[in-house]
Structure formats: C-alpha cells, structure tokens
Write a protein that binds this ligand. Structure first.
Ligand code: ZN
Ligand code: ZN
Length: 131
C-alpha cells in the first residue's frame, strides 16, 4: 500500500502532495506498462515481460536534485533478467543533474531545502493511504 504526504515549507507558501510506495497497479509489470507514458520505458518493460527470468521492484518515490533541490514525484522501477538489467533514473528539470531518491516518513523532518524559496525546510505530513 502507498502513502500520500503533504510537503510544506516552514517559511514560504510552497506546498506539494507526494505519493510514495507500492500500489496495486505495481503488482504486475503488464499493468505498469499500461500506464507508463514514456515510450522508451514502455518498450523496455515489454522486453522484460517477454523474459520469464525477470524480477523487478517498482514503487512511487520522491526524487530530489542534490544541486538545486528541485523535487519530482516519479515511478521507481528496477528490472533484472538473466540477460539484461535496467534501473530508471531521472534528470533534474531545472539543472539536469541526476536526481536522488529521498525517503519520507510522517513527522520525521525531511532534510530538504524548499525548492521555491531555497531557505525554508520542508516538513512532511501524512494524509492518506492509497492503493
Ligand atoms: Zn519555501
Ligand atoms: Zn537541479
């Protein structure tokens, strides 16, 4: 089951809803392929579906740019078969650095600077489960 959090800046009005975790749709690669927008990723997933040795891990994750603190909420997916492996990575929309996954938990301070004002700290508040 996944969790939804609201990120708030302690200085400015920045707020963002973030979905993390494992939804029902992620229990089969076929269903992941059905909602993925990126055509190249969809093709990679279909290649792995065709290989019975494939193992994978997929969930929604928070990605943060280590350089400029920009945030993206994206699908993490890693697949491995006897002949091939794939791990997704995301580039920062502002500065093109490789983004890093950040873990969030309710009431645990997020060690992130605000992407809007760059001075405030972000706080995560849990607000619902999803599946
Ligand atoms: Zn801020
Ligand atoms: Zn950046």
């Amino acid at each position: 089951m996944g969790e939804a959090y609201k990120l708030d800046c302690d200085i400015c009005a920045y707020t963002e809803n973030i979905f993390v975790g494992f939804g029902l749709l992620y229990m089969r690669l076929e269903s992941i392929a059905s909602f993925v927008q990126d055509a190249a990723l969809k093709r990679r997933i279909e290649e792995f579906i065709g290989n019975p040795s494939t193992r994978y891990d997929a969930y929604d994750a928070l990605y943060v740019c280590p350089v400029c603190q920009a945030i993206r909420n994206e699908l993490f997916i890693e697949m491995e078969s006897d002949s091939s492996q794939y791990k997704i990575s995301y580039a920062c929309p502002r500065c093109a650095s490789v983004m890093q996954q950040e873990h969030i938990e309710n009431n645990v301070p997020v060690h992130l600077s605000c992407p809007a004002c760059e001075k405030g700290k972000l706080k995560a508040t849990f607000y619902m489960d999803w599946d």
